[in-house]
Design a binder for this molecule. Structure first.
Ligand SMILES: [Zn+2]
Length: 477
Protein backbone atom coordinates (compact mmCIF):
# COMPACT_ATOMS: atom_id res chain seq x y z
CA UNK A 1 0.00 0.00 0.00
CA UNK A 2 1.26 3.50 -0.83
CA UNK A 3 0.84 6.32 1.64
CA UNK A 4 0.35 10.02 1.30
CA UNK A 5 2.00 12.37 3.80
CA UNK A 6 0.03 15.42 4.91
CA UNK A 7 1.89 18.27 6.60
CA UNK A 8 0.85 21.63 8.00
CA UNK A 9 3.30 24.09 9.51
CA UNK A 10 3.01 26.57 12.33
CA UNK A 11 5.71 29.20 12.25
CA UNK A 12 6.58 31.80 14.85
CA UNK A 13 8.51 34.80 13.63
CA UNK A 14 10.05 37.29 16.01
CA UNK A 15 9.33 40.72 14.59
CA UNK A 16 12.16 43.20 14.31
CA UNK A 17 10.91 45.97 16.59
CA UNK A 18 13.07 47.98 18.99
CA UNK A 19 10.68 47.52 21.90
CA UNK A 20 8.35 44.75 23.05
CA UNK A 21 4.78 44.33 21.83
CA UNK A 22 2.97 45.74 24.88
CA UNK A 23 5.65 47.75 26.75
CA UNK A 24 8.78 49.84 26.15
CA UNK A 25 11.38 47.23 27.10
CA UNK A 26 14.16 46.55 24.61
CA UNK A 27 14.05 43.43 22.44
CA UNK A 28 17.84 43.19 21.95
CA UNK A 29 19.17 39.63 21.92
CA UNK A 30 21.97 38.42 24.17
CA UNK A 31 21.76 40.90 27.06
CA UNK A 32 22.36 39.95 30.66
CA UNK A 33 19.31 37.96 31.89
CA UNK A 34 16.28 39.80 33.27
CA UNK A 35 17.44 43.35 32.63
CA UNK A 36 14.98 44.03 29.80
CA UNK A 37 11.87 43.76 31.93
CA UNK A 38 9.26 46.04 33.49
CA UNK A 39 6.06 45.60 35.50
CA UNK A 40 4.01 45.17 32.26
CA UNK A 41 5.98 42.27 30.77
CA UNK A 42 6.51 40.73 34.19
CA UNK A 43 2.74 40.66 34.58
CA UNK A 44 2.59 42.60 37.84
CA UNK A 45 -0.91 43.56 39.06
CA UNK A 46 -2.26 46.94 38.03
CA UNK A 47 -0.28 47.28 34.82
CA UNK A 48 -1.80 47.80 31.39
CA UNK A 49 -0.54 46.66 27.99
CA UNK A 50 -0.27 49.18 25.11
CA UNK A 51 0.09 47.83 21.56
CA UNK A 52 3.34 48.69 19.77
CA UNK A 53 2.18 50.10 16.42
CA UNK A 54 5.36 49.05 14.62
CA UNK A 55 4.68 45.39 15.39
CA UNK A 56 1.28 45.76 13.74
CA UNK A 57 2.87 47.45 10.70
CA UNK A 58 5.43 44.69 10.26
CA UNK A 59 2.77 42.00 10.64
CA UNK A 60 0.65 43.75 8.00
CA UNK A 61 3.57 43.75 5.56
CA UNK A 62 3.79 39.96 5.89
CA UNK A 63 0.03 39.58 5.49
CA UNK A 64 0.13 41.64 2.28
CA UNK A 65 3.14 39.69 0.95
CA UNK A 66 1.33 36.38 1.59
CA UNK A 67 -1.71 37.69 -0.21
CA UNK A 68 -3.95 37.34 2.85
CA UNK A 69 -7.39 38.80 3.49
CA UNK A 70 -6.68 41.37 6.17
CA UNK A 71 -9.27 41.84 8.91
CA UNK A 72 -10.96 45.23 9.24
CA UNK A 73 -11.11 44.80 12.95
CA UNK A 74 -8.91 42.70 15.22
CA UNK A 75 -9.05 41.65 18.83
CA UNK A 76 -6.55 40.27 21.33
CA UNK A 77 -7.35 37.35 23.62
CA UNK A 78 -5.86 35.74 26.68
CA UNK A 79 -4.65 32.21 26.17
CA UNK A 80 -4.51 30.70 29.64
CA UNK A 81 -1.89 28.24 30.65
CA UNK A 82 0.62 27.94 33.42
CA UNK A 83 4.26 27.83 32.55
CA UNK A 84 7.24 29.07 34.61
CA UNK A 85 8.42 31.37 31.79
CA UNK A 86 5.01 33.03 31.47
CA UNK A 87 4.68 35.20 34.57
CA UNK A 88 1.13 36.40 33.85
CA UNK A 89 -0.32 32.90 33.71
CA UNK A 90 -1.69 33.71 30.26
CA UNK A 91 -0.32 34.80 26.92
CA UNK A 92 -1.85 37.68 24.99
CA UNK A 93 -2.60 36.22 21.57
CA UNK A 94 -5.40 36.35 19.02
CA UNK A 95 -8.11 33.73 18.86
CA UNK A 96 -11.22 34.24 16.76
CA UNK A 97 -10.42 37.59 15.16
CA UNK A 98 -6.88 37.20 13.83
CA UNK A 99 -5.03 39.79 11.82
CA UNK A 100 -5.32 37.98 8.50
CA UNK A 101 -6.64 34.81 6.86
CA UNK A 102 -6.67 32.88 3.58
CA UNK A 103 -3.27 33.71 2.17
CA UNK A 104 -1.00 31.72 -0.13
CA UNK A 105 2.60 30.97 -0.92
CA UNK A 106 3.78 29.03 -3.95
CA UNK A 107 6.36 26.28 -3.68
CA UNK A 108 7.79 23.65 -6.04
CA UNK A 109 5.91 20.35 -5.87
CA UNK A 110 8.24 17.49 -5.01
CA UNK A 111 6.34 15.08 -7.25
CA UNK A 112 6.22 16.86 -10.61
CA UNK A 113 8.29 20.04 -9.99
CA UNK A 114 5.34 22.25 -10.89
CA UNK A 115 4.32 25.35 -8.93
CA UNK A 116 2.05 24.40 -6.09
CA UNK A 117 -0.03 26.57 -3.80
CA UNK A 118 0.21 26.24 -0.04
CA UNK A 119 -2.68 27.97 1.66
CA UNK A 120 -2.04 30.22 4.65
CA UNK A 121 -4.86 29.54 7.10
CA UNK A 122 -4.22 32.53 9.31
CA UNK A 123 -1.61 34.82 10.71
CA UNK A 124 -1.83 36.60 14.03
CA UNK A 125 0.14 38.63 16.56
CA UNK A 126 1.07 37.46 20.02
CA UNK A 127 3.67 37.93 22.72
CA UNK A 128 6.60 35.62 23.29
CA UNK A 129 7.24 33.80 26.58
CA UNK A 130 10.53 33.91 28.50
CA UNK A 131 13.31 31.40 28.27
CA UNK A 132 14.07 28.58 30.68
CA UNK A 133 17.62 27.38 31.17
CA UNK A 134 17.65 23.88 32.58
CA UNK A 135 20.74 23.39 34.73
CA UNK A 136 22.49 20.27 35.82
CA UNK A 137 21.60 19.43 39.38
CA UNK A 138 17.86 19.54 38.79
CA UNK A 139 17.06 23.20 38.79
CA UNK A 140 16.09 25.72 36.15
CA UNK A 141 16.69 29.42 35.70
CA UNK A 142 14.35 31.78 33.91
CA UNK A 143 15.22 34.78 31.75
CA UNK A 144 12.31 37.19 31.13
CA UNK A 145 14.13 39.35 28.58
CA UNK A 146 12.22 37.61 25.79
CA UNK A 147 8.85 37.82 27.55
CA UNK A 148 6.64 40.14 25.52
CA UNK A 149 8.75 40.23 22.36
CA UNK A 150 6.35 40.48 19.38
CA UNK A 151 5.69 37.26 17.51
CA UNK A 152 3.84 36.70 14.30
CA UNK A 153 2.31 33.25 14.06
CA UNK A 154 1.77 31.90 10.57
CA UNK A 155 -0.33 28.74 10.18
CA UNK A 156 -0.50 26.88 6.88
CA UNK A 157 -3.17 24.61 5.46
CA UNK A 158 -2.20 20.91 5.38
CA UNK A 159 -1.17 21.38 1.72
CA UNK A 160 2.41 20.18 2.10
CA UNK A 161 3.03 16.58 1.06
CA UNK A 162 6.68 15.83 1.69
CA UNK A 163 9.57 16.87 3.92
CA UNK A 164 11.22 18.49 0.86
CA UNK A 165 8.14 20.63 0.26
CA UNK A 166 8.20 21.74 3.90
CA UNK A 167 11.85 22.70 3.45
CA UNK A 168 11.07 24.61 0.28
CA UNK A 169 8.17 26.40 1.95
CA UNK A 170 10.34 27.52 4.85
CA UNK A 171 13.14 28.69 2.57
CA UNK A 172 10.75 30.77 0.49
CA UNK A 173 9.00 32.19 3.53
CA UNK A 174 12.33 33.14 5.08
CA UNK A 175 13.43 34.82 1.88
CA UNK A 176 10.20 36.89 1.82
CA UNK A 177 10.50 37.83 5.51
CA UNK A 178 14.07 38.97 4.95
CA UNK A 179 13.13 40.97 1.85
CA UNK A 180 10.47 42.68 3.97
CA UNK A 181 13.04 43.33 6.71
CA UNK A 182 10.54 42.27 9.37
CA UNK A 183 12.77 39.70 11.08
CA UNK A 184 16.34 38.46 11.02
CA UNK A 185 14.92 34.90 10.84
CA UNK A 186 17.77 33.52 12.89
CA UNK A 187 16.70 30.01 13.89
CA UNK A 188 19.62 29.55 16.29
CA UNK A 189 18.64 32.66 18.23
CA UNK A 190 15.00 31.60 18.12
CA UNK A 191 13.72 34.43 15.93
CA UNK A 192 12.18 31.87 13.57
CA UNK A 193 10.61 28.73 15.05
CA UNK A 194 8.63 26.03 13.35
CA UNK A 195 6.32 23.29 14.60
CA UNK A 196 4.75 20.80 12.24
CA UNK A 197 1.61 18.69 12.13
CA UNK A 198 2.00 15.50 10.20
CA UNK A 199 -0.18 12.53 9.38
CA UNK A 200 -0.14 9.76 6.80
CA UNK A 201 -3.04 8.14 4.97
CA UNK A 202 -3.40 5.52 2.24
CA UNK A 203 -2.91 7.25 -1.10
CA UNK A 204 -6.31 6.19 -2.45
CA UNK A 205 -8.24 7.14 0.69
CA UNK A 206 -9.85 10.45 1.65
CA UNK A 207 -9.93 9.53 5.29
CA UNK A 208 -7.49 11.71 7.19
CA UNK A 209 -4.78 10.05 9.25
CA UNK A 210 -4.18 10.78 12.92
CA UNK A 211 -1.70 13.59 13.23
CA UNK A 212 1.15 14.23 15.57
CA UNK A 213 2.69 17.60 16.26
CA UNK A 214 6.47 17.85 16.14
CA UNK A 215 8.32 20.45 18.17
CA UNK A 216 11.89 21.39 18.97
CA UNK A 217 13.35 21.59 15.48
CA UNK A 218 16.19 24.11 15.33
CA UNK A 219 16.98 24.33 11.65
CA UNK A 220 15.26 23.83 8.29
CA UNK A 221 17.30 20.67 7.89
CA UNK A 222 16.06 19.57 11.32
CA UNK A 223 12.47 20.12 10.15
CA UNK A 224 13.08 18.04 7.04
CA UNK A 225 14.79 15.21 8.95
CA UNK A 226 12.15 15.17 11.71
CA UNK A 227 9.29 15.02 9.18
CA UNK A 228 10.99 12.21 7.26
CA UNK A 229 11.49 10.25 10.46
CA UNK A 230 7.93 10.84 11.61
CA UNK A 231 6.37 9.96 8.25
CA UNK A 232 8.34 6.68 8.18
CA UNK A 233 7.43 5.95 11.81
CA UNK A 234 3.70 6.44 11.24
CA UNK A 235 3.70 4.32 8.09
CA UNK A 236 5.51 1.51 9.92
CA UNK A 237 3.02 1.74 12.77
CA UNK A 238 0.03 1.41 10.43
CA UNK A 239 1.60 -1.44 8.47
CA UNK A 240 2.11 -3.30 11.74
CA UNK A 241 -1.60 -2.87 12.42
CA UNK A 242 -1.06 -0.43 15.30
CA UNK A 243 -2.86 2.84 15.87
CA UNK A 244 -1.14 6.22 15.53
CA UNK A 245 -1.91 8.29 18.62
CA UNK A 246 -2.61 12.00 18.49
CA UNK A 247 0.22 13.52 20.48
CA UNK A 248 2.97 16.11 20.63
CA UNK A 249 6.44 14.72 19.94
CA UNK A 250 9.86 16.26 20.44
CA UNK A 251 12.59 16.02 17.82
CA UNK A 252 15.89 14.84 19.23
CA UNK A 253 18.57 16.33 17.00
CA UNK A 254 21.38 14.11 18.31
CA UNK A 255 19.54 10.79 18.16
CA UNK A 256 17.58 11.79 15.02
CA UNK A 257 14.28 10.49 16.44
CA UNK A 258 10.99 11.99 17.64
CA UNK A 259 9.90 11.16 21.18
CA UNK A 260 6.41 11.43 22.70
CA UNK A 261 6.02 14.51 24.91
CA UNK A 262 2.36 14.82 25.82
CA UNK A 263 -1.07 14.21 24.40
CA UNK A 264 -2.05 17.13 22.25
CA UNK A 265 -4.11 19.91 23.77
CA UNK A 266 -7.08 21.40 21.95
CA UNK A 267 -7.97 25.06 21.62
CA UNK A 268 -10.70 24.70 24.26
CA UNK A 269 -8.14 23.56 26.82
CA UNK A 270 -6.74 27.07 26.86
CA UNK A 271 -9.98 28.81 27.87
CA UNK A 272 -9.38 31.74 25.56
CA UNK A 273 -11.23 34.91 26.46
CA UNK A 274 -11.02 38.49 25.16
CA UNK A 275 -8.19 40.55 26.65
CA UNK A 276 -10.15 43.19 28.62
CA UNK A 277 -7.20 45.58 28.81
CA UNK A 278 -6.91 46.08 25.06
CA UNK A 279 -9.49 47.63 22.78
CA UNK A 280 -10.50 46.33 19.36
CA UNK A 281 -8.20 47.70 16.68
CA UNK A 282 -9.49 48.82 13.32
CA UNK A 283 -7.28 48.44 10.30
CA UNK A 284 -8.19 51.09 7.76
CA UNK A 285 -7.93 50.75 4.02
CA UNK A 286 -5.57 53.74 4.06
CA UNK A 287 -3.26 51.89 6.37
CA UNK A 288 -3.14 48.89 4.06
CA UNK A 289 -2.56 51.15 1.04
CA UNK A 290 0.26 52.82 2.90
CA UNK A 291 1.85 49.41 3.61
CA UNK A 292 1.40 48.38 -0.03
CA UNK A 293 3.09 51.56 -1.23
CA UNK A 294 6.31 50.70 0.61
CA UNK A 295 6.42 46.99 -0.28
CA UNK A 296 9.67 45.92 -1.94
CA UNK A 297 9.68 43.82 -5.09
CA UNK A 298 9.43 40.28 -3.67
CA UNK A 299 11.71 37.36 -4.66
CA UNK A 300 9.44 35.61 -7.19
CA UNK A 301 8.62 38.80 -9.05
CA UNK A 302 12.22 39.90 -9.01
CA UNK A 303 13.38 36.54 -10.33
CA UNK A 304 10.95 36.85 -13.22
CA UNK A 305 12.21 40.36 -14.01
CA UNK A 306 15.85 39.23 -13.90
CA UNK A 307 15.13 36.48 -16.43
CA UNK A 308 13.15 38.74 -18.76
CA UNK A 309 15.15 41.94 -18.53
CA UNK A 310 18.69 40.59 -18.24
CA UNK A 311 18.22 37.38 -20.18
CA UNK A 312 20.05 35.28 -17.60
CA UNK A 313 19.25 31.60 -16.90
CA UNK A 314 16.50 30.78 -14.41
CA UNK A 315 19.07 29.02 -12.24
CA UNK A 316 21.12 32.22 -11.94
CA UNK A 317 18.04 34.36 -11.32
CA UNK A 318 16.87 32.08 -8.50
CA UNK A 319 20.21 32.28 -6.71
CA UNK A 320 20.65 36.01 -7.28
CA UNK A 321 17.20 36.87 -5.94
CA UNK A 322 17.07 34.55 -2.94
CA UNK A 323 18.61 37.30 -0.86
CA UNK A 324 17.64 40.91 -1.21
CA UNK A 325 21.12 42.38 -0.65
CA UNK A 326 22.57 40.19 -3.42
CA UNK A 327 19.72 41.08 -5.80
CA UNK A 328 20.19 44.78 -5.00
CA UNK A 329 23.91 44.43 -5.73
CA UNK A 330 23.18 42.80 -9.09
CA UNK A 331 20.69 45.54 -10.01
CA UNK A 332 23.22 48.24 -9.10
CA UNK A 333 25.94 46.58 -11.24
CA UNK A 334 23.54 46.13 -14.15
CA UNK A 335 23.09 49.90 -14.31
CA UNK A 336 26.80 50.32 -15.01
CA UNK A 337 27.77 47.39 -17.21
CA UNK A 338 25.58 45.48 -19.62
CA UNK A 339 27.32 42.12 -19.74
CA UNK A 340 24.71 40.64 -17.40
CA UNK A 341 25.91 37.06 -17.56
CA UNK A 342 29.39 38.23 -16.55
CA UNK A 343 27.93 40.04 -13.51
CA UNK A 344 25.91 36.97 -12.62
CA UNK A 345 28.92 34.64 -12.92
CA UNK A 346 31.05 36.84 -10.74
CA UNK A 347 28.40 37.36 -8.06
CA UNK A 348 27.53 33.64 -7.92
CA UNK A 349 31.18 32.67 -8.13
CA UNK A 350 33.82 34.84 -6.49
CA UNK A 351 31.54 37.09 -4.47
CA UNK A 352 29.28 34.46 -2.89
CA UNK A 353 32.22 32.14 -2.39
CA UNK A 354 34.00 34.69 -0.25
CA UNK A 355 30.82 35.42 1.73
CA UNK A 356 30.41 31.71 2.48
CA UNK A 357 34.06 31.31 3.28
CA UNK A 358 34.11 34.22 5.72
CA UNK A 359 30.55 33.46 6.92
CA UNK A 360 29.56 37.11 6.54
CA UNK A 361 26.82 39.14 4.88
CA UNK A 362 27.35 41.23 1.78
CA UNK A 363 27.03 44.42 3.83
CA UNK A 364 29.99 43.32 5.93
CA UNK A 365 32.23 42.79 2.91
CA UNK A 366 34.39 45.81 2.18
CA UNK A 367 33.76 46.05 -1.54
CA UNK A 368 32.07 48.85 -3.39
CA UNK A 369 29.90 48.48 -6.45
CA UNK A 370 32.23 50.89 -8.29
CA UNK A 371 35.29 48.70 -7.69
CA UNK A 372 33.41 45.51 -8.52
CA UNK A 373 32.17 46.96 -11.80
CA UNK A 374 35.62 48.34 -12.60
CA UNK A 375 37.03 44.82 -12.21
CA UNK A 376 34.36 43.33 -14.49
CA UNK A 377 35.06 45.99 -17.11
CA UNK A 378 38.75 45.06 -17.03
CA UNK A 379 37.77 41.43 -17.66
CA UNK A 380 35.33 42.16 -20.46
CA UNK A 381 37.76 44.64 -22.03
CA UNK A 382 40.55 42.03 -21.97
CA UNK A 383 42.74 44.22 -19.77
CA UNK A 384 43.29 41.28 -17.44
CA UNK A 385 42.42 37.63 -17.90
CA UNK A 386 39.93 35.97 -15.60
CA UNK A 387 42.46 34.00 -13.63
CA UNK A 388 44.38 37.19 -12.75
CA UNK A 389 41.04 38.90 -12.08
CA UNK A 390 40.31 36.35 -9.36
CA UNK A 391 43.57 37.24 -7.61
CA UNK A 392 42.83 40.94 -8.00
CA UNK A 393 39.39 40.38 -6.46
CA UNK A 394 40.89 38.66 -3.41
CA UNK A 395 43.35 41.52 -3.05
CA UNK A 396 40.54 44.10 -3.40
CA UNK A 397 38.66 42.50 -0.52
CA UNK A 398 41.76 42.48 1.67
CA UNK A 399 43.20 45.89 0.85
CA UNK A 400 40.09 47.86 -0.25
CA UNK A 401 42.21 49.22 -3.11
CA UNK A 402 40.67 49.76 -6.55
CA UNK A 403 41.35 47.00 -9.10
CA UNK A 404 43.03 49.53 -11.40
CA UNK A 405 45.51 50.39 -8.71
CA UNK A 406 46.22 46.76 -7.85
CA UNK A 407 46.82 45.86 -11.50
CA UNK A 408 49.12 48.84 -11.93
CA UNK A 409 51.07 48.30 -8.71
CA UNK A 410 51.61 44.64 -9.39
CA UNK A 411 52.07 44.93 -13.15
CA UNK A 412 49.26 42.47 -13.85
CA UNK A 413 47.91 43.95 -17.06
CA UNK A 414 47.24 41.33 -19.69
CA UNK A 415 49.76 41.00 -22.48
CA UNK A 416 47.83 40.94 -25.73
CA UNK A 417 50.56 42.49 -27.81
CA UNK A 418 51.85 39.87 -30.28
CA UNK A 419 55.26 41.50 -30.57
CA UNK A 420 55.73 41.18 -26.85
CA UNK A 421 54.62 37.56 -26.89
CA UNK A 422 56.45 36.50 -30.07
CA UNK A 423 59.84 35.62 -28.55
CA UNK A 424 58.27 33.82 -25.59
CA UNK A 425 56.13 31.69 -27.89
CA UNK A 426 59.13 30.85 -30.07
CA UNK A 427 61.23 29.89 -27.02
CA UNK A 428 58.50 27.64 -25.65
CA UNK A 429 58.18 25.88 -29.02
CA UNK A 430 61.97 25.43 -29.22
CA UNK A 431 62.36 23.97 -25.75
CA UNK A 432 59.36 21.62 -25.87
CA UNK A 433 60.09 19.55 -28.94
CA UNK A 434 58.24 16.51 -27.60
CA UNK A 435 54.96 18.39 -27.24
CA UNK A 436 55.44 19.90 -30.68
CA UNK A 437 55.90 16.38 -32.14
CA UNK A 438 52.88 15.15 -30.19
CA UNK A 439 50.79 17.98 -31.61
CA UNK A 440 51.98 17.33 -35.13
CA UNK A 441 51.20 13.64 -34.80
CA UNK A 442 47.59 14.50 -33.97
CA UNK A 443 47.52 14.82 -30.17
CA UNK A 444 45.77 18.13 -30.16
CA UNK A 445 45.79 18.52 -26.38
CA UNK A 446 49.55 18.96 -26.46
CA UNK A 447 48.62 22.52 -27.42
CA UNK A 448 47.12 23.07 -23.96
CA UNK A 449 50.44 22.18 -22.42
CA UNK A 450 52.27 24.68 -24.60
CA UNK A 451 49.75 27.43 -23.80
CA UNK A 452 50.32 26.64 -20.14
CA UNK A 453 54.07 27.08 -20.60
CA UNK A 454 53.61 30.52 -22.15
CA UNK A 455 51.25 31.48 -19.32
CA UNK A 456 53.90 30.38 -16.83
CA UNK A 457 56.61 32.40 -18.54
CA UNK A 458 54.39 35.50 -18.43
CA UNK A 459 53.30 34.88 -14.82
CA UNK A 460 49.74 34.34 -15.99
CA UNK A 461 49.49 37.70 -17.72
CA UNK A 462 49.36 36.60 -21.34
CA UNK A 463 46.02 36.67 -23.12
CA UNK A 464 45.37 32.92 -23.43
CA UNK A 465 43.25 33.32 -26.56
CA UNK A 466 45.98 35.16 -28.42
CA UNK A 467 48.67 32.74 -27.20
CA UNK A 468 46.53 29.89 -28.48
CA UNK A 469 46.23 31.45 -31.93
CA UNK A 470 49.93 32.32 -32.11
CA UNK A 471 51.05 28.83 -31.11
CA UNK A 472 48.76 27.25 -33.64
CA UNK A 473 50.16 29.60 -36.26
CA UNK A 474 53.71 28.48 -35.47
CA UNK A 475 52.90 24.75 -35.23
CA UNK A 476 50.80 24.52 -38.35
CA UNK A 477 53.25 26.41 -40.57
ZN1 LIG B 1 8.48 45.39 29.71
Amino acid sequence: MNFKTVIGLEIHVQLFTKSKIFCNCSTAFGSEPNIQTCPVCLGLPGTLPVLNEESLNLALKVAVALNCEIAEKIKFDRKNYFYPDLPKGYQISQFDMPLAKNGELYIISSTDKSLKKVGITRTHLEEDAGKLLHKEGNYSLVDFNRTGVPLLEIVTEPDINSPEEAYDFLSRLKSILKYLEVSDCNMEEGSLRCDANISVQPEDSDKKGVKSEIKNMNSFKGVRDALQYESDRQIKQIKKGDRVVQETRLWDETEKVTMPMRSKEEAHDYRYFPEPDLVYFEISKDKIDEIKSVMPELPDKRKKRFIEKFNIPEYDAAILTSERSIADFFDACALKINDYKLISNWIMGQLMEILNEKKIKLSELAISIEHFVELLKMVSGNKINSSIAKDVFTEMVESKKSPGRIVEEKGLAQISNEDELQSIVENVVKSNQKSVDDYKSGRKNALMYLVGQVMRETKGKANPKIVNEMLRGVLEK
